[in-house]
Design a protein around this ligand. Structure first.
Ligand code: ATP
Ligand code: MG
Length: 268
């Protein structure tokens, strides 16, 4: 059996071939013991390739020394594989954006990836700010709450500034994330409103940087991957709409969060 592992800062992603198809499994990165135990119990003498910042830590717990691969290359080849399987025509040149704990942006030219930028604003920011603002720690609870919130009680839109007169850009654009200070002071936003605004902040920062990188690198498609999109349609929607608005093509791959693990699997 072949197993590809991407041990990231937050989550361990595993892709393996069983019954001639790729299967997926996830563990929390703090649970390396559990992950290694699962692998040892489920597979007999597997070949393993591992990538990601926590590779060494997890590799040390496995029976045999696994192969390793550079994370960015693994992610690039996993994206290429998943995109082809899912019928996307990405062409030779495109951008991919991995929104993990942090965010990493890569340009692909003739199948070679190059890291062209990044941001500390990522999935970890969502968890950290949500905790500071609401005391919530559970990911699923946070994003469920975000989907019920109203950013309009926290974020200042262009039309809030122009109040009735005609603005030079769309009034629905965010003028200032978290900028509705006076309204918040007279009526406190709910926890749901706060986390919805956090998702908005993260999505808008990432999509702004990513689309500018797409213009600089002259690519038309932007592939967004990473576990930060898991069960998070709000984040997807913000990024999708803004990417389309500036004339670029957003692509969200099914199982895109497993790109690194799939890429590691493909090297075996
Ligand atoms: P990095 O690549 O930056 O080292 P990573 O590979 O661990 O980190 P991902 O797994 O791609 O990062 O994404 C982690 C993010 O996904 C979290 O910060 C969180 O926003 C989100 N997430 C999705 N599901 C979960 C979960 N079950 N538990 C915690 N975070 C989750
Ligand atoms: Mg990662």
């Amino acid at each position: 059996v072949k197993i590809g592992i991407d041990a990231g800062g937050t989550l361990i992603k595993i892709a393996y071939i069983e019954d001639e198809k790729v299967n997926y499994q996830t563990f929390n990165s703090r649970e390396t013991d559990e992950a290694s135990k699962w692998i040892k119990e489920k597979f007999n003498n597997p070949s393993i390739c591992i990538t990601g910042g926590r590779s060494e830590q997890l590799a040390g717990l496995l029976d045999a020394q696994p192969q390793t691969v550079v994370e960015f290359d693994a992610t690039a080849s996993g994206i290429k594989y998943l995109a082809e399987k899912q019928g996307y025509q990405l062409g030779q040149n495109y951008l991919f954006v991995n929104v993990g704990t942090g965010t990493s942006i890569h340009s692909v030219k003739e199948s070679q990836q190059e890291r062209v930028g990044g941001s500390g604003i990522g999935g970890g920011t969502l968890l950290g700010l949500a905790y500071l603002l609401t005391g919530k720690l559970d990911y699923e609870e946070i994003i469920r709450s975000a989907s019920e919130g109203d950013r309009g009680n926290v974020d200042l839109k262009v039309k809030d500034i122009f109040e009735g007169s005609l603005p030079p850009i769309s009034g629905d654009l965010t003028a200032s994330n978290f900028g509705k200070k006076n309204a918040m002071a007279s009526k406190a936003p709910s926890d749901a409103d706060k986390v919805a605004a956090v998702v908005g902040l993260i999505g808008e920062v990432i999509v702004t940087i990513s689309t500018q990188m797409a213009f600089i690198n002259d690519t038309s498609s932007i592939v967004y991957v990473g576990s930060s999109f898991r069960s998070n349609p709000l984040l997807k929607e913000i990024i999708k709409e803004y990417t389309k608005m500036v004339g670029k093509e957003p692509v969200f791959l099914k199982n895109g969060e497993f790109s690194g693990a799939v890429g590691a699997l493909l090297t075996l």
